[in-house]
Design a protein around this ligand. Structure first.
Ligand code: HEC
Ligand code: HEC
Ligand code: HEC
Ligand code: HEC
Ligand code: HEC
Ligand code: HEC
Ligand code: HEC
Ligand code: HEC
Ligand code: HEC
Ligand code: HEC
Length: 385
């Protein structure tokens, strides 16, 4: 008797749930993504229920408005929501079925340590390209006005557009293969039909097309993050608001986000602080390569050659600045062990609180005693090698 009652209950419950089905995402999952907005799609069999379907943030009690309700085959209505996730735990509730949707969200900025093969990570395309139920409406057809040219290389995949329009066409700067719907060029694994997310060292994906940049690997000095093959820590593979699809201005803001000690050089209006004029005007990359070069600090030239390429008055000078006969190269730098004299022995290439970007005040010879102790003739460290 009890058993019958119980079975009956389970049956009723199953039938109700069958009428309102959550199609994506999985109800209890972990999401690793750069994009914090996810799509929630619900299939509703009974028309009378369509108006009652609601999605709420269970903790805050706030509701999300559907982005659309579309009727498909067999009178089923597909209600679409778009939900911004917060880092960590998110709890959504689907009404009227009282279904909890638990999601743990981790924003991704580097792909080096993400392992998408973990089964507890939700991937919509994990097992197949797209479920047939979605394909009924989501086809290869592009809306009028979208121009995505067929180009001679890359894998043209117009079918991605109807579900991922922003990936193809948002942001001020668009990466050519994303804007031209060559999505599969990066999201495909040889011989497999499903859609994958590149992870780990993504540079291999980039070098497929940017073949000339492969030479960075052989350069003598490779910038830290570029050396790890982590190209997308700086470049969004799809689009962005800054040139090069970077997430901040590549001329400065991007650099000082990691090199925070250099922040003060790009802040405007600083009293009693001299910033190198060219850094203010052109940014970090006028001297440094963001990727790799043949010179230390990924500079475009050896230090003195770099400086005199603009400060031409001092070109070819080995001696004679700032005072007669003073060496500018060759001799060991008494202040920096293992280094030789260079312009940066006395000048900070970025900025300084002393005039002429000097490492110390020129008045009273304070800069001179940085290397020349006491009497001028005694130079600390010199002759010792
Ligand atoms: C029917 C709609 C639909 C189509 C068509 C579609 N996607 Fe998706 N895709 C989704 C949904 C839903 C997600 C889950 C994330 C979200 O909610 O935005 C997703 C997630 C992804 C992800 C993240 C990894 C994953 O599997 O969750 C990638 C990469 C991706 N899509 C690429 C593509 C590419 C490339 C194409 C075209 C070949 C494509 N998608 C076509 C709906 C679609
Ligand atoms: C009954 C038709 C229909 C079905 C079935 C359907 N959708 Fe949609 N979907 C639409 C329409 C229409 C739009 C709006 C497209 C537009 O604005 O051009 C849309 C939009 C979307 C978008 C958002 C695109 C954006 O603007 O960001 C995603 C993602 C999406 N659908 C995923 C899915 C998934 C996943 C499935 C299957 C589980 C699915 N849809 C099933 C009709 C449908
Ligand atoms: C140049 C390679 C490349 C191309 C082309 C490309 N993607 Fe991606 N995509 C990636 C990488 C790498 C990731 C991993 C996450 C990241 O770094 O943003 C990714 C992540 C995604 C995601 C997961 C959400 C996110 O942003 O993390 C979606 C969805 C996606 N791509 C869809 C597309 C669609 C749709 C296209 C075509 C319009 C496309 N991609 C073209 C490389 C590419
Ligand atoms: C399918 C081929 C293809 C792949 C794969 C590819 N790119 Fe590109 N990329 C291009 C093309 C084509 C251009 C445009 C070149 C031009 O305009 O001169 C471009 C341009 C760029 C630019 C310069 C944009 C600008 O404004 O100057 C950057 C940065 C870039 N890609 C980074 C990447 C990164 C990072 C990856 C790997 C995640 C990657 N690309 C993978 C084809 C590709
Ligand atoms: C530290 C951040 C950073 C990393 C990591 C990085 N880039 Fe860049 N990249 C930049 C900046 C900054 C620019 C200059 C953008 C501009 O034109 O203003 C740039 C420009 C580019 C360009 C266009 C101009 C050129 O030099 O060819 C390509 C292509 C490119 N990067 C590809 C890559 C690839 C491939 C990787 C991974 C091996 C990578 N980048 C890693 C910051 C980075
Ligand atoms: C994602 C973080 C990140 C960003 C963004 C970044 N860097 Fe770096 N940078 C590093 C790391 C990590 C190293 C390696 C540090 C080390 O080896 O001690 C490094 C090293 C350097 C070095 C060499 C330092 C040395 O002592 O040898 C220079 C120069 C440099 N970066 C300049 C730049 C410039 C210019 C930009 C902007 C285009 C930039 N970085 C953007 C992380 C970053
Ligand atoms: C005028 C050319 C020039 C510009 C512009 C420039 N640098 Fe440098 N940078 C140098 C030189 C030269 C060195 C080597 C200094 C030395 O000899 O110790 C250097 C060294 C560095 C180093 C490693 C040593 C240290 O001081 O930490 C980092 C990191 C660095 N620069 C980052 C940046 C960033 C970030 C920017 C933009 C805000 C920038 N640079 C702009 C020329 C420049
Ligand atoms: C790409 C060109 C360029 C490079 C490379 C360059 N500078 Fe400059 N430098 C400038 C400009 C422009 C100014 C600002 C001139 C002004 O304000 O009168 C300047 C200003 C200076 C000043 C201050 C001059 C004054 O009268 O206050 C010093 C010192 C200086 N640079 C030293 C160096 C050193 C040392 C290097 C090499 C690490 C270097 N510069 C590399 C262009 C450059
Ligand atoms: C031994 C320390 C020292 C070295 C090395 C040095 N400088 Fe200077 N520099 C100074 C001093 C001190 C001044 C201020 C001179 C004055 O007050 O007359 C100065 C002034 C300058 C100025 C601004 C005034 C002017 O003459 O235009 C520039 C530009 C400059 N140096 C560039 C360089 C370059 C480029 C190098 C490398 C080729 C270099 N310096 C190497 C100490 C040095
Ligand atoms: C970064 C270290 C450094 C600074 C700062 C510096 N010097 Fe020197 N100075 C040297 C070195 C190295 C020598 C070469 C010593 C040798 O040849 O053994 C030298 C040599 C000299 C000589 C001898 C030149 C000759 O005829 O051989 C004079 C004079 C001199 N310095 C004056 C100055 C004055 C004045 C200042 C301050 C404006 C100054 N130095 C700042 C490192 C420095």
């Amino acid at each position: 008797m009890w058993l019958f009652l119980l079975l009956g209950l389970v049956f009723v419950e199953a039938a109700a749930a069958g009428e309102i089905r959550l199609l994506t995402p999985a109800a209890d999952s972990i999401i690793y993504s750069r994009n914090r907005n996810i799509n929630v799609v619900v299939a509703v069999a009974d028309k009378a229920d369509v108006g009652r379907v609601a999605l709420a943030d269970a903790r805050r009690g706030s509701r999300f408005d559907p982005v659309g309700r579309w009727e498909g085959k067999q009178g089923i209505t597909y209600v679409h929501f778009r939900v911004p996730l917060r880092r960590g735990r998110n709890m959504l509730q689907l009404a009227p079925v009282a279904r909890d949707i638990k999601i743990r969200y981790f924003p991704v900025s580097s792909l080096l340590n993400v392992d998408y093969s973990r089964p507890d990570i939700f991937l919509f395309h994990r097992n197949r390209e797209v479920p047939a139920e979605c394909s009924a409406c989501h086809t290869d057809k592009l809306p009028g006005g979208v121009k995505a040219g067929r180009v001679i290389y890359g894998r043209y995949s117009p079918g991605c557009y109807s579900c991922h329009p922003k990936t193809a066409a948002a942001g001020e700067w668009r990466h050519f293969p994303a804007a031209n719907l060559l999505c599969r060029s990066c999201h495909e694994k040889e011989g497999e039909k499903k859609i994958i997310v590149p992870s780990g060292k993504v540079e291999e994906v980039c070098f497929r097309c940017h073949i000339n940049d492969r030479k960075w690997r052989r350069a003598r000095h490779i910038h830290g993050p570029a050396g790890t093959g982590d190209c997308t820590i700086c470049h969004d593979p799809h689009n962005g608001n800054y040139r090069g699809q970077l997430w901040a201005d590549g001329r400065g803001e991007l650099c000082v986000a990691c090199h925070s000690d250099k922040k003060r050089f790009i802040q405007p209006e600083q009293r009693r602080f001299y910033v190198h004029g060219i850094l203010q005007a052109k940014g970090c990359n006028i001297c440094h390569s963001p990727h790799a070069s043949g010179h230390r600090f990924q500079l475009d030239h050896e230090i003195n050659d770099l400086c005199v390429s603009c400060h031409t008055r001092l070109a070819e000078l080995k001696r004679g600045h700032p005072v007669a006969n003073h060496p500018l190269s060759g001799r060991p730098d008494p202040r920096r062990s293992g280094r030789r004299m260079a312009c940066t022995s006395c000048h900070d290439p970025h900025g300084s609180k002393y005039k002429y970007l000097l490492i110390a005040d020129v008045r009273g010879g304070r800069i001179c005693v940085k290397c020349h102790q006491g009497k001028m003739s005694v130079v600390r460290g010199i002759g010792r090698r």
